[in-house]
Design a protein around this ligand. Structure first.
Ligand code: ADP
Ligand code: MG
Length: 701
């Protein structure tokens, strides 16, 4: 292959020209020879088999059948007519159907001659049909048989209207192979090819576009998927290494009085092993010379808050301030009050800043922060406002990261000359292996152990028709002194309707649980913060037994006496949301319950979600199912990591390849961190081409 062959603009390929090149670029983002080469078929038609009509299934697959055309007739329909041919083999018959181009067909089709018909099978009633089949006389078909599997490329309307058909694309790619005689530069080190028994780059490209059979196709796919994931991993590892080298951190070298005093005298319980381990990991990080950028994952109720607190004490021991940011006002308040209690008697100044903080108080807070009198600031995104300036922010902790954007995260950084250490906490578990790849450039800690003595939550699925039984159960629980959550969905697109459901539901609950015997709180997003707080407080302090709410309570709220979580229209919630909601109960010593209410009509996905919830309360297992149902697009971090723009690999389905790619990328860098060895030159070149300009190999400079 000539140097820069792959960078040649597409217009220079024989058969393309400026017009077509333009369409390729605007429709598919294909600009160069290399891009076209990486334009992979998304499926293949296996023309190695012929089906008998009696074998046909209603599967929507494309098949080929040998048979003869017996009659042709025009069938009038609402507008115009359709042409129907009866196609028979020795086992049965089906209809070939045309809506367009009927004249040509009528004039050119030969009756009673053996044809190969190829196309998608539909079934109407008991009869199969094949609309707009590809037809070829059996004789010609046999003569023309060269490749046995036909690649099908993704297409768009504009492409096919411009005559860039599947055949045309395939021809252009053949032309590309001709021009370089099918020789492409190898992009993986020889040792890797040997060890993993991968086929060469040239073989892989040939067989991904023009596979001879299923077996070589599978080999080609594996090799190309591996390569793609391998380079994504190299990029992530490179970013991480660069960050560790370049971004200096604030050295927290002291484990001082505050930390020790809290640990010895104020800790209300024994830390779990996982909490201890994580605190140690974070301490090591912040004690080093690089800035910490760490993700702390821990299922709901695993005790992340105390870890956050102890890390903040480390910052304070080193004469820095700390900040804890939460996604909602309710959660920020709860954190504030909780931390204040834990810290009482320690002489540490802590304050709360949210959207509803009064102006005079705000001004006072700003001053206290700037002159360093204030040690800890807890708040909502209000802490990100420009007016909020710290004297010396050393640690920024973000709770429930999935509610915050990355832009907001980096905003916290700008509050100092040296960036503070950043700890992001999330209860939305990301499947372990995926986390490594998505956040390959972050460090990750996992609290994988719940505090002792928790009883597993009993989860059941009930249909709306059984509501009365559910109400009876709720009454029994209330008699035992427990409290109840009843949660309604609130989806932005159907907000008005959802509010109506909530209010209707609230009214029927009030009717079922009348005053003065029962007291009910209601909290939703349209209420003023003041009213929300009032209702929350009544529930937290046990004055009300039932909390009717939308998902505002999803995150973080802690009421240990609440033992029943009823989720209305549970089929409308995503799995991770259901799991989060369920995590609101089971925080005390009592047996807790989660009741998923739904109507009778459920989609398959909804059924899977409900079954998963009933079966397990392991957040990681739930996350795996969620990932399979929804794909990775909704997972935080996928956008940034480039793992969504993959050309051939799929991070969910190809997770085992991903693991292996990461492993070998790490091995390679261990052996040759600067990619200086001769045998790794092609890795460096390929890397530079893939991430041209925007992300140069960190160690080069
Ligand atoms: P989350 O990880 O969901 O933020 P929290 O930090 O709110 O969890 O902790 C949940 C509950 O568990 C709190 O009531 C907290 O006091 C308690 N808790 C945390 N760690 C322990 C522990 N090691 N032993 C006993 N209880 C603990
Ligand atoms: Mg929490």
């Amino acid at each position: 292959m000539k140097p820069n062959f792959l960078q040649t603009p597409l217009a220079y390929l024989k058969g393309v020209g400026p017009n077509r090149a333009e369409i390729f670029t605007s429709e598919l983002g294909i600009r160069t020879f290399g891009d076209l080469l990486q334009f992979f078929p998304n499926r293949y038609l296996d023309k190695t088999q012929y089906y008998k009509i009696s074998q046909l299934q209603d599967s929507g697959a494309d098949v080929q059948i040998v048979g003869k055309i017996m009659h042709l007739k025009s069938v009038p329909q609402k507008r115009g007519s359709r042409l129907v041919a009866t196609f028979v083999d020795e086992t049965g018959q089906l209809d070939l159907v045309w809506f367009r181009g009927q004249k040509w067909i009528k004039e050119n089709l030969k009756l009673n001659q053996p044809y190969v018909a190829f196309g998608r099978i539909n079934k109407y009633g008991s009869r199969f049909s094949m609309p707009h089949p590809e037809l070829e006389l059996l004789e010609a078909h046999k003569a023309g048989l060269k490749i046995s599997m036909q690649p099908i490329y993704p297409s768009t309307e504009k492409l096919s209207n411009s005559g860039i058909t599947n055949k045309a694309v395939s021809k252009l790619i053949q032309q590309l192979f001709l021009e370089c005689k099918g020789n492409f530069d190898e992009s993986l080190p020889d040792a890797l090819l040997q060890e993993l028994k991968l086929i060469s780059k040239s073989d892989a490209l040939l067989n991904i576009h023009f596979p001879k059979n299923q077996e070589v196709l599978a080999k080609a796919q594996f090799r190309l998927k591996f390569e793609e994931l391998f380079y994504v991993q190299l990029q992530l590892l490179n970013k991480k290494a660069t960050r560790k080298h370049k971004i200096k951190g604030l050295p927290f070298d002291q484990v001082g009085d505050r930390f020790n005093k809290f640990f010895n005298d104020h800790l209300p319980f024994e830390l779990t092993g996982a909490q201890k381990r994580v605190i140690k990991e974070i301490r090591n990080d912040m004690g080093g010379s690089a800035q910490m950028n760490r993700l702390l994952q821990g299922d709901v109720g695993s005790g992340k808050t105390i870890v956050a607190l102890m890390c903040m004490l480390l910052a304070i021991d080193n004469d820095y301030q700390a900040c804890l940011m939460a996604p909602t006002e309710i959660l920020a308040q709860q954190h504030y009050h909780g931390l204040k209690d834990l810290l009482s008697g320690m002489g540490i100044k802590i304050a709360l800043l949210t959207g509803s903080t009064k102006k005079t108080e705000r001004t006072f807070l700003h001053n206290q922060l700037e002159n360093g009198n204030l040690n800890i600031l807890v708040g909502t995104h209000a802490v990100l406002e420009d007016k909020v300036q710290f004297k010396n922010l050393g640690l920024a902790i973000i709770d429930e990261q999935h509610r915050f954007g990355v832009a907001q995260r980096s905003k916290l950084w700008q509050k100092n000359t040296l960036p503070p250490h950043v700890l992001v906490m999330t209860a939305t578990p990301i499947p372990r292996t995926l986390a490594m790849s998505l956040y390959g450039d972050l460090d990750i800690s996992v609290i994988d152990e719940l505090p002792p003595g928790r009883k597993a939550i009993k989860t059941v699925h009930r249909y709306d028709a059984n509501r009365l039984k559910v109400f009876r159960f709720i009454k029994e629980e209330i008699e035992k002194g427990r409290q109840i959550y009843i949660v309604y969905p609130l989806i932005q697109e159907s907000e008005a309707l959802d509010y109506k459901d909530l209010m209707d539901g609230y009214e029927s609950i009030v009717r079922e649980f009348p005053l003065p015997h029962y007291q009910i709180s209601i909290v939703h997003g349209k209420m003023k913060p003041k009213d929300k707080d009032y209702e929350m407080d009544r529930f937290v302090s046990g004055q009300t037994q039932i909390m009717v709410a939308t998902t505002v309570i999803e995150v973080g709220v802690n009421v240990p006496n609440a033992s029943v979580m009823v989720i209305e229209s549970a089929e409308r919630f995503g799995l991770s949301q259901l799991h989060q909601l369920r995590g609101r109960v089971g925080r005390g010593a009592e047996q807790s319950y989660c009741i998923l209410m739904t109507g009778h009509k459920l989609s398959n996905d909804s059924k899977t979600r409900l079954e998963t919830m009933v079966r397990t309360d392991d957040g990681f297992e739930i996350a795996e199912v969620d990932l399979k149902l929804r794909g990775p697009g909704d997972l935080m971090g996928t956008q940034q990591s480039g793992l969504l723009n993959l050309k051939i690999a799929d991070i969910v389905k190809d997770n085992h390849i991903l693991k292996s790619a990461r492993y070998y990328a790490i091995q390679l860098l261990k052996k040759d961190p600067k990619l200086a060895l001769q045998e790794h030159q092609m890795v460096l070149t390929t890397y530079a081409q893939l991430f041209s300009g925007k992300d140069i190999w960190g160690y080069i400079s």
